[in-house]
Design a protein around this ligand. Structure first.
Ligand SMILES: [Zn+2]
Length: 155
């Protein structure tokens, strides 16, 4: 059995037990309303506390490489531009009587498309930082971004 106190970038980590504790893995398949099976993913649960465990690398932005960061930036730019365009278009049409409704829609869209993903990203970054601190206390040295990026053959 591997030492749970030994930092491992690509092995599930339990943030509650603070270690790479033994885990059980189950495959979760998302099913659409039409009964078609969608993507399946593996979920790891800690054997000690049953908390969901994640490999630190999936929370590290460097793991997704320049392409992942690029796609994300494009998403945020296009979404922001779209929202701005929508706002300008409505304002230009002078629908002042509907201004509250339009602002409400904008706020809702901005929240769903921009704020929510940012919160998720920040949470991941924070969790990665927590693991990194734990790992560095145990002598782990973070490899350069390039080496942390996802490679073909990674399971
Ligand atoms: Zn645990």
């Amino acid at each position: 059995m591997a030492d749970p106190q030994k930092p491992q970038y690509d092995k599930p980590y339990c943030w509650k037990c603070k270690g790479h504790t033994p885990f059980k893995t189950r495959t979760v398949t998302s099913t659409s309303d039409y009964g078609a099976t969608g993507s399946s993913r593996k979920v790891h649960n800690c054997r000690d506390c049953d908390d969901i465990m994640k490999e630190p690398r999936v929370l590290d932005s460097a793991y997704y490489g320049p392409l992942g960061i690029g796609c994300l930036s494009v998403y945020f730019i296009i979404t922001s531009a779209g929202l701005l365009f929508f706002a300008i278009d409505r304002a230009a049409n002078g629908e002042h009587d509907k201004i509250i409704w339009i602002l409400g829609m904008l706020a809702l869209l901005a929240f769903l498309l921009l704020v929510l993903p940012i919160v998720v990203l920040l949470r991941a970054t924070k969790r990665y930082a927590t693991w990194k601190q734990w790992a560095e206390e145990r002598g782990w040295v973070e490899p350069p971004r390039k080496e942390r990026a996802w490679k073909k053959g990674d399971a």
